[in-house]
Design a protein. Structure first.
Length: 263
């Protein structure tokens, strides 16, 4: 299997905006602290750049409180990018804002036109297939349209189920290498990772499942020592980043960047 699923030359991020306090959240645990979030975001960008990648940091969008979570706006593949159609109405405009930046980097950018919805947080690209989780934000029509767009590029899409009550498929899993997935027990129990090696997150540390493998680093949220130990014991280099404020908005490490190597 190719290691293209976790080796990247580029990443796109967006600085949190002042309106982040109005961001969507499943449970209100208090408004995020913008100053703290900016510090965490800077650490995240530095970790990406530390691998040698080019990181494009876009400016804040005050009209879109959740716009820091750029992953939901697009799927970036070597052959081209697909602009998503977010399932949260307040986020539809974020995808349109991202499109011109992708057009500057890719020769081909396609779009989900609808009527279906799909968000990047429900899409896990592995070394052999693209797993897309049905969720409250991603429906069957959105998955079908994505499949039609990326199949000509040689990709295989497999629809799976996001666990009930879980925002996105990747809330509960991450790709560690082309054959290895970090996952919660509740997601792995569905059998969707048959054929992969699964490293389970520690009980009580389910939020650690949303990490990213970016070149030679596994970048994960801090505060999950048992899961970090499991990942390190499996031979991966780890960088832990503060995520307390993004977590108030159901966000994690994958949500904060688009990662790709355009051809």
């Amino acid at each position: 299997m190719s290691d293209a699923a976790f080796r990247f030359t580029h990443a796109v991020t967006r600085r949190p905006c002042a309106a982040i306090t109005a961001g969507l959240r499943a449970v209100d645990t208090g408004a995020p602290d913008l100053a703290v979030m900016l510090g965490h975001h800077a650490d995240y960008v530095a970790a990406l750049r530390g691998t040698g990648a080019t990181v494009i940091e876009l400016g804040p969008l005050d009209a879109y409180p959740d716009s820091v979570f750029v992953e939901d706006t697009a799927l970036c593949l070597p052959q081209g990018a697909v602009v998503m159609r977010p399932g949260a109405p307040s986020r539809l405009g974020e995808a349109a804002e991202m499109a011109p930046h992708l057009e500057a980097l890719y020769a081909e950018v396609r779009r989900i036109e609808g009527p279906g919805f799909i968000e990047g947080g429900d899409i896990l690209v592995t070394g052999q297939e693209i797993l897309v989780g049905r969720s409250a934000r991603t429906d069957a029509a959105g998955i079908a349209e994505l499949t039609a767009l990326v199949t000509p590029w040689g990709h295989v899409v497999r629809e799976v189920q996001t666990p009930p009550g879980v925002l996105h498929f990747k809330t509960d899993c991450s790709l560690l290498d082309a054959e290895t997935i970090l996952a919660t027990d509740r997601l792995a129990a569905s059998g969707c990772f048959a054929g992969y090696r699964v490293i389970p997150v520690a009980a009580g540390e389910e939020a650690a499942a949303n990490a990213i493998r970016f070149n030679d680093l596994v970048i994960m949220a801090d505060g999950f020592p048992r899961t970090a130990e499991r990942i390190a014991d499996a031979g991966y280099a780890i960088r832990q980043i503060g995520n307390s404020e993004c977590a108030r908005l159901d966000g994690g490490m994958s949500c904060l960047s688009l990662r790709f190597t355009p051809r």
